[in-house]
Design a protein around this ligand. Sequence first.
Ligand code: ZN
Length: 241
Amino acid sequence: MLMILYILLTIIMLILVYGVLPTAIMRMFSLGIFRSADAQGKVALTFDDGPHPVYTPRLLDLLKRYRIKATFFVVGEYAEQYPHIIKRMAEEGHEVAIHHYRHVSNWLLTPFGTKRQCAKTAAVIRRITGREPVDYRPPWGHLNLAVFWARRPFRLVIWSAILGDWKRTLGKERLLKRLHEGLQDGAIIVLHDNDRTPGADEGAPLIMLEALEAFLADVHDQYDFVTVDRLAAVDRRAGNM
Ligand SMILES: [Zn+2]
């Protein structure tokens, strides 16, 4: 009994030192992380965890209506299931970027595991779109001690505003308010177009779509909504990344 407790404590300690602490420290000091830009009038909308066969096409329709380009951090296994949606993203001028092949945290992956998740997803994107992905966002934004080596050659992108849209109870009005609060020059806003992720509420993307529609109706002509790659290109500090 004591032995089991000892092993459990050791595992928890290892995860803390390998994953949780580096995530906290790197985020606190923005070490090698791109999470907002020095770019007037430009904002990047980003969507994690897709593609989803229902929500993602609806989202693409909405973005098309307002002529907005966004960035999709896709899960490799879903991209493989719905290649036509990935193809559509690329054809409509959106950036297709890497989440992981499966939605698994870096806290539970070895450095080689992280590298494999990125490489496998990149291969899927390349095969469907014919383009080389540039950006990488780890699931839940979790980093580990080796992620700066393991993510290469991809750019590590976190966010400037995360809004809790994976919870249905947040509701449309509160999400809309948070979208407005997160809106500023160079912002990178993260939303979710899939409810299959552990921790996400079923149907939450429907509320996200409603809030986003109201948000874009308000602000689409006040800001230039661009992909993360485009935002990085106009960022004066991005040369440091
Ligand atoms: Zn995710």
